[in-house]
Ligand binder design. Structure first.
Ligand SMILES: C[S@@+](CC[C@H](N)C(=O)[O-])C[C@H]1O[C@@H](n2cnc3c(N)ncnc32)[C@H](O)[C@@H]1O
Length: 217
């Protein structure tokens, strides 16, 4: 494991906004994500990007890290929810259904959360399907955080679509990595293993959150 020091901590009001926001990420993983984002943005001077905005819980931390490093956070989501967030599934939240169209819409809750945190100006929301946006993207990134769809199709698509845009020494963060299938789905774990096999170096492990660094070459 690398000796890279991931030690930055968010301000108390940022942490409070994170805890207030709708979402699933526990605090210890959020702190690790924040530290990685500050580190990556400072090292590369480049924007940080997440796939999987949902209601903005992790985006709050990425935005605060971007402020700290003088850059911007980008967050990608179609805002219609992943498979497991649809009606009848384990992670469905009926308060997130748009009654007019009858589909999930997490965009309003995300916007409110970023506004409440005072971080709206520091986030660019990219609304659409991750592979489509990745295919149009043409700028290097300091950090890519994969937390979108958790099927093999989506997780692999996110990896293949966005990792080519990650700068040398940039950080790749993968959420919901469960080596034991009893703990959760395996698609993010397979992406993590692939990244290691393709030369990424592990920087930190916090719960199911893995931080990996791209080599300098
Ligand atoms: C687990 S949630 C993200 C949680 C968020 N990072 C947080 O910590 O609060 C996954 C999100 O990915 C989005 N998503 C799933 N597949 C996607 C795709 N192919 N393109 C864009 N967004 C996608 C879903 O709409 C959902 O909001």
């Amino acid at each position: 494991m690398s000796d890279l020091l991931l030690s930055a901590e968010p301000a108390p009001e940022v942490l409070a906004a994170f805890e207030e926001a709708t979402g699933f990420m526990p605090v210890d993983e959020g702190l690790a994500l924040y530290a990685a984002a500050v580190e990556a943005a400072r090292t590369t001077g480049l924007p940080v990007l997440e796939i999987g905005t949902y209601c903005g819980r992790s985006a709050i931390l990425l935005a605060a890290a971007a402020v700290e490093a003088g850059t911007v956070a980008l967050t990608v989501d179609h805002h219609r929810g992943s498979e497991e967030q649809q009606p009848g599934w384990e992670y469905h939240d009926p308060t997130l259904v748009d009654p007019e169209v009858g589909l999930m819409d997490t965009l309003p809750r995300f916007r409110r959360a970023l506004h409440a945190a005072g971080l709206e100006e520091h986030v660019v929301a990219l609304v659409g399907r991750s592979p489509r946006i990745a295919a149009l993207w043409g700028r290097p990134l300091g950090l890519v955080f994969i937390d979108g769809g958790h099927t093999d199709e989506h997780a692999t698509g996110d990896y293949e679509g966005w990792v080519p845009h990650l700068a040398p020494e940039g950080l790749l963060v993968v959420h919901d990595v469960f080596p034991d299938p009893a703990d959760g789905g395996q698609a993010p774990y397979r992406v993590y293993l692939r990244a290691l096999a393709e030369g990424f170096e592990e920087v930190s492990v916090t719960g199911s959150l893995r931080v990996l660094r791209r080599s300098a070459r």
